[in-house]
Design a protein around this ligand. Structure first.
Ligand SMILES: Cc1cc2nc3c(=O)[nH]c(=O)nc-3n(C[C@H](O)[C@H](O)[C@H](O)COP(=O)(O)OP(=O)(O)OC[C@H]3O[C@@H](n4cnc5c(N)ncnc54)[C@H](O)[C@@H]3O)c2cc1C
Length: 817
């Protein structure tokens, strides 16, 4: 079973007591968001890990308890070059600032030993899961496979960091890494063993000689060199609280530049020697019987090589594993030695380290005696690699989509979530109808990251390219950045990404994927002519303007669009518009420039030929914003939902879309993908609800138990997950049908998704709100806002009953055939 990161702490070890007041004062002035005064500041120590003492800092700030992690050098006389927290800070800072490698954010480094006795640094506390036992007891087999896949991917991601580009070019020497490491750990072993220390093992000395003679040739050339973690094991990884992905790689004490094969070999050592439990378990140098679902050593290695783009290491593998065992033995001898001298942070657990060191030396020798240790060629890794979104399943994102998804998740978690409170604060102030400057900055970063206009389907992009550039692939459209027309994704592929954006009400617009802009751009992409595309689509694509869709009218039941009364009358080379609309989302936004309006050009034509759509510049005389409307009190500023009147509004005749009487036809085209985007975002909103409720349930105690231990909660949680997964499959199915058969044939699946998604999201968010108690209904969490949005979607873009009518009609039609 996994341990929660917050559960791995205990009282501070007597050898590692701190001056808490000095630490508090330092953090107040050096750590972002750390309060200046607090009624409670507590320090506890992580028991896991034995090298640099690591502490959990909990500080009360208003009604919140903020958590940070502090890591320091151990006290006492230290071996040269060990415990370099300054280097840990440097590498974490570089990776966190410039790459997508999952690491905790670091806040400050203190090199002044007078503060708490040794240098230290403070970093973010990651709420997640740590698996102390790599055999993953209590985890289902398919999840085990997914966790190993995530582990291989995390290592590949850190190995892919471009050290020169991120300021780590001089973090170490790249060539002859193993050569230097053999000498370093040999020296350390000698220094840690002998009289008054851990007993020296003569077999270790012969092992050192063997290693010196068998260093692979690539080591001297540096061809497999790059950033090396140095202690990459599953128990140094924090996994997401519920998803099987790594959110933080910890313990960078031994990181440097060098031969990266050492990292993958070290992390594979568990297949040869499992010392996660009291005694070392081994099979005389052969692979151990591994738990069901855990990939074999070769599968794990192949998974890593494929993700990192590395050669299958058949030639040097024996050396790398033997070296890992040797290095492990040297480290354990050091721990044992420190235990004897009384300053190992692992306390009593360090007592057995000497015996374990000798076991590893023996296993290394058995391994070296093996004739072959790796097959000539890697096994196929397709199995397990791309199974399901996280594990198995029919809907499987390909590598391109997975990469975009990982990027999006990191972007949202690191840049959007931290801004949510700030955006909400502005949206509730007297400046509510202005745009937060940070939102515009985030848009620019999203463009550069290639996370822009991802909603545009391949076929719509092709049409725009044809019309605007005669088919040339010039996507920059003179705006200075590529991918204006998206990433060439299908609706299904976008589904995997749109879902992620739905986790925050603020996220979609950051990626230019917010409603109603996406639907409006889709209308232009599908039905606009060249002039209309140039005037309106291009600024919408670059995010310099926003738009609204004006169909619903207060005086008529607008779920039946044939009721619409707004008139669009032709007069010479203009159309004159008269009518009243409401719920025109986005019309309050200061960036809103375009309204796509639906009205009637011919009240006498057949019922579905009376409507037309026309492009209206919001600044045209006669367009009047009457008031913003609220959704359960949320006015969704600065975007807003407006009541708008149109009095003798004259627009050029060329602004008509597709021609008079074609409004219904366009509405059908617009609403299919637009509706589905709402469903996708609702899946994301529900996932956020799941995440928050799980976190809350594991932190909060009632009547002597965590909420997570109460049976009623467990039952609700499981039911929410079932509903969520059912709905996700339905939404993917609808997207897939939309891609394969088009809007009309997919209408049954689209209607089912549109009914299922808001109802499911409401149920999940409602449960999450309940688990949060009063905090859930307040503005302190995102839950109330997400719930309110989900509720509107049982009405907006067609009420449930209308879609239910469509589903039933198709069902009955089938029966008649
Ligand atoms: C937050 C939000 C944003 C919106 N954004 C936009 C926007 O940007 N642009 C825009 O034009 N509109 C927008 N709308 C309006 C929305 O699309 C309409 O509210 C919706 O189409 C329903 O129309 P209506 O409100 O007139 O309800 P009505 O048509 O009056 O329907 C009321 C109720 O009648 C019942 N009903 C209707 N049809 C049937 C049926 N066939 N069988 C049984 N019962 C039925 C349902 O219970 C329905 O909820 C938005 C609405 C909300 C809440």
């Amino acid at each position: 079973m996994a341990q929660r990161t917050g559960e791995l702490v205990g009282e501070v070890n007597s050898a590692h007591q701190l001056d808490n007041d000095a630490l508090f004062r330092y953090c107040s002035s050096h750590v972002e968001g750390f309060p200046v005064s607090s009624s409670r500041f507590s320090v506890s120590q992580f028991g896991h890990g034995q090298s640099n003492p690591t502490y959990l800092l909990e500080v009360e700030s208003g009604h919140l308890v903020k958590r940070y992690v502090m890591r320091k050098k151990p006290p006492g006389k230290l071996l040269q070059s060990a415990h370099a927290v300054e280097r840990e800070f440097q590498v974490l800072h570089a990776l966190g600032t410039h790459t997508l490698v999952p690491v905790p954010k670091v806040f400050c480094l203190c090199t002044d030993s007078s503060v708490i006795g040794t240098p230290f640094y403070v970093m973010e506390f990651l709420e997640g899961r740590i698996f102390l036992d790599p055999m993953l007891p209590g985890v289902a087999p398919d999840r085990r496979r997914a966790l190993y896949h995530a582990t291989a991917n995390a290592l590949a991601s850190l190995h892919s960091a471009d050290v020169d580009a991120i300021g780590l070019g001089s973090f170490g020497r790249r060539n002859n890494y193993c050569k230097r490491q053999v000498e370093r750990w040999a020296k350390q072993y000698i220094a840690s063993t002998g009289e008054g220390k851990s007993e020296r093992n003569p077999k270790m000395l012969t092992l050192i000689d063997w290693l010196r003679e068998n260093i692979p040739s690539e080591d001297s050339s540096g061809s497999t060199a790059g950033l090396v973690h140095g202690d990459f094991r599953m128990d140094n990884l924090v996994f997401h609280p519920i998803e099987d992905r790594v959110i933080g790689i910890l313990d960078w004490e031994l990181s440097t530049l060098g031969n990266q094969m050492c990292d993958i070999a070290y992390s594979s050592m568990l297949y040869i020697a499992d010392f996660s439990q009291g005694k070392v378990k081994h099979n005389n140098g052969f692979e151990l019987d591994i738990s069901e679902g855990v990939p074999s050593l070769e599968e794990y290695l192949a998974d890593y090589c494929s993700a990192a783009g590395k050669q299958w290491p058949v030639a040097g593998w024996k050396f790398y594993i033997a070296f890992s065992l040797f290095r492990g033995a040297s480290i354990l001898a050091g721990v044992h030695s420190r235990y004897i001298m009384g300053n190992a942070s692992g306390g009593k657990r360090a007592q057995d380290a000497g015996e374990k060191a000798n076991d590893l030396i023996q296993i290394a020798w058995s391994y070296i005696q093996r004739e072959t240790v790796l097959s000539k060629n890697p096994p196929s890794v397709t199995k397990g690699k791309d199974e399901g979104l996280e594990s198995g399943g029919r809907f499987v994102p390909n590598k391109k989509v997975k990469d975009l998804r990982d990027k999006l998740i990191k972007f949202i978690e690191e840049r959007v979530y931290p801004m949510e409170q700030e955006f909400s604060k502005l949206a509730q102030s007297s400046m509510r109808w202005t745009v937060h400057p940070q939102e515009e900055k985030l848009k620019e970063i999203a463009k550069k990251e290639g996370l822009w206009n991802l909603f545009i389907p391949l076929d719509s992009a092709a049409r725009a390219r044809e019309i605007l550039f005669d088919g040339r692939g010039d996507d920059a459209i003179g705006t200075g950045f590529p991918n204006q027309l998206g990433a060439g994704l299908s609706n299904l592929e976008y589904g995997y990404l749109c879902e992620i954006m739905g986790r925050s009400v603020w996220a979609p617009q950051v990626f230019n994927c917010g409603a109603p802009d996406t639907g409006n751009m889709e209308v232009l992409l599908r039905y606009g002519n060249k002039e209309q595309l140039q005037e309106w689509l291009i600024p919408l694509l670059s995010g310099t303007i926003r738009s609204g869709f004006a169909m619903t009218e207060p005086q008529v039941a607008s779920s039946d669009a044939t009721n619409i009364e707004c008139s669009i009358r032709r007069e010479g080379d203009t159309y004159v518009i008269n009518g009243k609309k409401w719920w025109t989302s986005g019309a309050m936004d200061p960036r809103c420039k375009l309204l796509i309006l639906m009205g009637k050009t011919d009240f006498k034509a057949p019922i579905h030929k009376q409507q037309s759509m026309i492009l209206v510049d919001i600044n045209t005389p006669g367009v009047k914003i009457i008031r913003p409307l609220t959704v359960f009190g949320f006015d969704d500023a600065p975007h807003g939902h407006a009541e708008v009147s149109f009095e003798n509004v004259r627009v050029p005749a060329k602004n008509i879309l597709l021609g008079e009487g074609r409004g219904f036809e366009i509405a059908q085209g617009r609403l299919g993908p637009g509706r589905l985007h709402h469903c996708m975002r609702l899946i994301g909103a529900a996932e956020r609800g799941m995440q928050l409720m799980v976190q809350r349930s594991l932190q909060r105690r009632t009547f002597g138990k965590l909420i997570a231990q109460h049976g009623s909660f467990v039952s609700d949680l499981a039911k929410c997950r079932i509903e969520l997964e059912k709905t996700r499959l339905l939404v993917f199915e609808a997207a897939d049908q939309l891609d394969r058969f088009g809007n009309k044939k997919a209408r049954g699946a689209l209607a089912m998704a549109k009914v299922a998604a808001p109802n499911m999201a409401m149920k999940v968010l409602e449960t999450a709100i309940q688990v949060h108690g009063a905090a859930g209904v307040s503005g302190d969490t995102v839950l109330a806002h997400l719930w309110a949005t989900a509720r509107t979607l049982r009405i907006a873009d067609g009420p449930d009953e209308v879609h239910i009518g469509t589903i039933a009609k198709l069902e009955l039609k089938r029966a008649k055939l």
